[in-house]
Every structure is written in structure tokens, then in C-alpha cells.
Design a protein around this ligand. Structure first.
Ligand code: C2E
Ligand code: CA
Ligand code: CA
Length: 565
């Protein structure tokens, strides 16, 4: 894309009906840019529309449309009129020269061409042109794109977004209290600070984003391809953090903050003008709300991202305050109601005592990385509780859900080992539940981790089996001990023939591969009976037991409601 960068190649168009002359000239200036050749006027105009030349080397004497006519047509076309025209002719009379200039040419070269001299002229013109272009499109202090170039890029981004249905975000950033800082430190330090801000903004942005300076302490960042507003919020947060890092320059240390307003196409703005106006209004709101923050223009977007933000903050403090608990649900051998295992399921207890269920916070915990400490807490608690049961003469295997984020973390294996040591639980009493997605992600790494776990004697279960990447080949490749049939199949197996068929197939598969099988979400006796007929013996579901706190789980076992093998 020619217009995107600063040091892009110039495009040169040679218009010359003598092919040998054209080729010789093209050869002489080959390294000055991207050279195109046309042999007559009409094809020159057509080619110019395609290649958008910076410079046209235009022969005057051509049959049909002569050079003057071509120049006139170029200058009349708003898309082409910016191209610089240098005439080339063997009839170097004053008349011709004057006419050439009148038509908007900037220079005149005589034939036969003195190639080194022609080349030097052309090179000088291109350099001038690119300097002028840069001046017109960039901010003198920071070298960032200015308002004009931003406008252009925003236009392009919107055109593309309309075609491909992506979002475009505009972030308007205004430094907080910069005027008083500038007044107190002096303008040269103020300028140095602005330059440093520009550097940090560029570093934080992606290559396809445009960071521009509007003047003063106001910057605009254009994100041309945005897949979700959460990502825009995260980006704004990152920008605020990077600006808040102290600036150390010229022997001084300076602290800055910024307020950011965000508008989005097509959610709240439909063109360049409204994007700017709305980003400005949102920035103003950010200032009113106390500065050093970002605001979306759209109240809906603001609320939904703020909701996530709040949830994340609550989750962090919940971890510190011990608001997470581990519940246990029994896995039962159906024919004689013997408990063969328990699954650890996390719960988050609200201040008012109510419980928040995992689907409401696990996805965000995964996205923010909080799943690592949360998952570690669950594993540790589950191992300690299982060991306590064993010491009381009730040996039960405990299953712990491991999210992909946790599993792929470098220190995962070490963490599991440390917890086993600390809890003194034998590895054969620990089962880790992973989903099919984990197996599909990073095959080599996953294989190594699973082999290492297996070597220690830890069991591996595939959770929600049948819903993920239905490639069965991996079952052979990975050391797996258990398949858990996803509850969606169990729920509908009595009414939906295809669900019943899937369950039958999974059961046959597990028998062929000698894997243990657990059916999840068993709620009725009919489901349990049908599953047993197909050959599945181990069940988990409300029919047998709901997930309950550890002390209730102990009481359930003690009361003999369900036996332990
Ligand atoms: P999952 O691993 O498939 O866990 C089974 C879910 O089904 C649990 O929901 C359980 O309460 C529920 N369930 C059990 N029996 C029945 C039944 O008969 N009928 C119905 N309708 N539901 C039943 P829960 O506890 O809300 O957990 C949901 C999901 O959150 C889990 O699905 C698991 O993917 C995830 N999760 C739970 N705890 C953890 C954890 O400690 N770490 C990670 N990474 N994920 C967890
Ligand atoms: Ca599970
Ligand atoms: Ca499951």
C-alpha cells in the first residue's frame, strides 16, 4: 500500500511512443522507484489511474494524443492532478517550454537524453516531493501522522470496514494537566515529553494502527480492524498504563496521565466526522469522571465492558479474601450405588452468601490469567480433602478440572508435583479433567505434559467428550484413562435418536480402547437404565448427588447413603 508509510517507493510513469527510448530511460532510473511505461496518451491515462504515479515523464511528440493533451487530462482528474509532470522533448524551443509549464509541468528535459543528468533531475524532484508530502501529512514535532493523514486513513479504514464488517475504533487521548506541566517545566521539556509520549503510543499500537497527533497534547489512535470492544478497552487500559510510567528525561522525572475517549464504527458512529465528535465527547466525559481513565461514547458498550472490569476486580479480591470454595460431586457405580470418585467444582460465595457458578466467571478468569491462581487453589484444596478422606478410611479418587490456559502454563507440572507433595496424596488418587480443545492446541507440548503426568501415576480424563474437535486419532496418541460423555448427549438421549447413537458409539470406542467411561448429567432413572444397557457403568448427576461442600460430602459418605469401595 503506497500511501501508508513514509519511506515508500515513488511511482514513476514514463510516457513515450519510442519503445527503445522508453526502455533506456526506464533502465537509467530503475532504482529511483517503481517504474511503469505507456506507449501512447490514452494508455498512459489508463495506467495512471491504476498506478497513481508521483511523477510522470511525458514525451510531447506522440501520434494521436500528444503530451500536452495528456498533461491537460491528468491535471483535470482530481485523483491524478497531484502527479508531477516532467516533459521530455527533442524540440527544445522556448515556446514549447513555456507551454509545458503553462500546462502544469514542473520541468523540461531535452532529447537526446543525457541519462546521468536526467536521472539527477528526476531524483531531486522525487526527494522534494517526498519531503513536501511528509510535511503536509506529518506533525513537525513528533513525526507522527497529522490530522490530514489521519483523515485519509480513517476514510480508508471505514471503506474497508463497510465491506468486511469489522469495527473501526477511534481513541482520542488528551494528557491530563499538561498545560500546567508545560508551563512549569518550560516548553523544550514539554516538547521532549510529547515526543516521548508519541514513542510510547507507537510502541503500544499494532503496525496497522495509526497514531497521530492533532496538535497540543491531543493524540488520536485509529484502530482499523477491531474484533471486539473488550480488546479496545484492554488496549486503552494498556495505553493509560504506559503513559503512567514515569518519564525520565533531561535529568528530571515526570509523571503524566491521560484521559481517553473511544468511539466505534458502526456501533456509535457512521463516518469520520462522527467518530471524531463522539471520541471527543467521550474524552470529555473521562475528564469529568476524574481523569486518568477511558470512556466509551456508547453507554451500552461502556456498561458491558465496565461490568467485565468490575467482575475482574471482584475476582482478584475474592481470591485474597478466600471467597472461593470447592464443592464435590460424587461419581457413582450405578449398579450398587458405590462412590468411586468425586469431582471438585469451584464455587464463588458472594458477600450475601449466594453462590456464583463457574460459567459466570471461568471464561473471564481464563482471559485474564486469573485462572492460574484460582486453579491452583482448587487443586490444592481438592488434594488436601481427598487425603483427609483417605486417612479416614474412605479412599476416593478426586477429579479436578484443568483449563487449557493452566495446562499450557510452563510451571504446570511442577505445580502439580508440589501440591501432591504438600498434601501427601498418592498420585493414583488424582485425576485431571481436560477438554478435547487442550489436546488440539499444542500437540507436542501436550503430549509431553500428559506423559509426565502419566509417569507419575496421575490419571487423565477427557471432559465433555464428543463436543470438541471430533478427531478421534488423538485418543491413540495421548495417554488417556477416562472419557466423560458430555451431559448434552445424556440429556436428550431418550428423545433424540442421534444423541443415543453418539452415546453408543462413544461407549464402543471406550471399550475398544480400554478406557474408563463416565456419563455426566444423569438426572433420571430412565437415563441411568439406558446408559447401563449400552454398557456405561459409572454415572455422575443429580439423580445420585448434587455438588455439595466438603463437610456435606463427608456426611453423605458417613451416613452410608452411598458406599465407598
Ligand atoms: P463440567 O466439568 O462439565 O462439570 C459438570 C457440571 O455439570 C457442573 O456444573 C455440575 O454442577 C453440573 N452437573 C452435574 N450433574 C448435573 C446434572 O445431573 N444435571 C445438570 N444439568 N447439571 C449437572 P458447574 O459446577 O456449574 O461447573 C460448570 C463448568 O465449569 C464445569 O463443567 C467445568 O468446565 C467448569 N469448572 C468448574 N469448576 C472448575 C474449576 O475448578 N476449574 C476449571 N478450570 N473449570 C471448572
Ligand atoms: Ca469436569
Ligand atoms: Ca463435563
Amino acid at each position: 500500500m503506497r500511501s501508508k508509510g513514509i519511506n515508500v517507493e515513488s511511482v514513476i510513469l514514463i510516457v513515450e511512443d519510442q519503445t527503445t527510448d522508453a526502455l533506456a530511460l526506464s533502465e537509467a532510473i530503475r532504482d529511483l522507484g517503481d517504474v511503469h511505461i505507456a506507449n501512447d496518451g490514452p494508455s498512459a491515462l489508463a495506467l495512471a489511474r491504476q498506478c497513481k504515479p508521483d511523477l510522470v515523464l511525458l514525451d510531447i511528440e506522440m501520434s494521436g494524443m500528444n503530451g500536452f493533451a495528456v498533461c491537460k487530462a491528468l491535471k483535470a482528474d482530481p485523483k491524478l492532478c497531484d502527479a508531477a509532470v516532467i516533459f521530455v522533448t527533442s524540440h527544445a524551443q522556448t515556446d514549447n517550454e513555456l507551454r509545458a509549464l503553462e500546462y502544469g509541468g514542473i520541468h523540461f528535459i531535452s532529447k537526446p537524453l543525457n541519462f546521468p543528468l536526467a536521472r539527477a533531475h528526476i531524483k531531486a524532484h522525487l526527494a522534494l516531493r517526498s519531503a513536501a508530502k511528509k510535511l503536509a501529512n506529518h506533525d513537525g514535532l513528533t513525526g507522527l501522522p497529522n490530522r490530514t493523514l489521519l483523515q485519509d486513513r480513517t476514510d480508508q479504514a471505514l471503506q474497508k470496514a463497510r465491506r468486511s464488517e469489522v469495527r473501526v475504533a477511534m481513541l482520542l487521548l488528551d494528557l491530563d494537566n499538561f498545560k500546567s506541566i508545560n508551563d512549569s517545566v518550560g516548553h523544550s521539556t514539554g516538547d521532549a515529553l510529547l515526543k516521548e509520549v508519541a514513542v510510547r503510543l507507537v510502541q503500544a499500537a499494532r503496525a496497522l494502527d495509526t497514531v497521530s497527533r492533532q496538535g497540543g497534547d491531543e493524540f488520536i489512535i485509529l484502530l482499523p480492524e477491531v474484533s471486539s470492544f473488550e480488546l479496545v478497552g484492554n488496549f486503552a487500559e494498556r495505553i493509560l498504563e504506559t503513559i503512567a510510567e514515569p518519564f525520565v528525561l533531561q535529568g528530571g522525572r515526570y509523571e503524566l496521565n491521560a484521559s481517553i475517549g473511544i468511539s466505534l464504527f458502526p456501533d456509535d458512529s457512521e463516518d469520520v466526522e462522527s467518530l471524531y465528535r463522539h471520541a471527543d465527547a467521550a474524552m470529555y466525559q473521562a475528564k469529568l469522571d476524574g481523569r486518568n481513565r477511558f470512556r466509551f461514547f456508547s453507554a451500552d458498550i461502556e456498561n458491558s465492558t465496565r461490568g467485565r472490569h468490575l467482575l475482574e476486580q471482584h475476582m482478584r479480591s475474592a481470591l485474597g479474601e478466600g471467597a472461593f470454595e470447592v464443592f464435590y460431586q460424587a461419581k457413582v457405580l450405578a449398579k450398587d450405588a458405590v462412590v468411586v470418585g468425586m469431582e471438585a467444582l469451584i464455587r464463588w460465595r458472594n458477600k450475601d452468601g449466594s453462590l456464583i457458578s463457574p460459567p459466570e466467571f471461568i471464561p473471564l478468569a481464563e482471559a485474564t490469567g486469573l485462572i492460574i491462581p484460582i486453579g491452583k487453589y482448587v487443586l490444592r484444596q481438592a488434594c488436601l480433602d481427598a487425603q483427609m478422606l483417605i486417612e479416614q478410611g474412605m479412599p476416593v479418587v478426586v477429579s479436578v478440572n484443568i483449563s487449557a490456559v493452566q495446562f499450557l502454563e510452563e510451571s504446570f507440572l511442577q505445580m502439580v508435583q508440589d501440591i501432591l507433595l504438600e498434601s501427601r496424596l498418592l498420585p493414583k488418587f488424582l485425576e485431571l479433567e481436560i477438554t478435547e480443545g487442550v489436546l488440539a492446541r499444542d500437540v507436542r507440548n501436550t503430549q509431553n505434559v500428559l506423559l509426565a503426568l502419566r509417569k507419575q501415576g496421575i490419571r487423565i480424563a477427557i471432559d465433555d467428550f464428543g463436543t470438541g474437535y471430533s478427531s478421534l486419532a488423538y485418543l491413540k496418541r495421548f495417554p488417556v484413562d477416562v472419557l466423560k460423555i458430555d451431559q448434552s448427549f445424556v440429556r436428550d438421549m431418550l428423545v433424540d435418536k442421534s444423541d443415543a447413537a453418539i452415546i453408543e458409539a462413544i461407549i464402543k470406542l471406550s471399550q475398544a480402547l480400554d478406557l474408563e467411561l463416565v456419563a455426566e448429567g444423569v438426572e433420571t432413572q430412565e437415563q441411568a437404565d439406558a446408559l447401563q444397557r449400552y454398557g456405561c457403568q459409572i454415572m455422575q448427576g443429580y439423580l445420585y448427588a448434587r455438588p455439595v461442600p466438603f463437610n456435606q460430602f463427608c456426611a453423605l459418605l458417613d451416613s452410608g447413603g452411598m458406599k465407598i469401595i
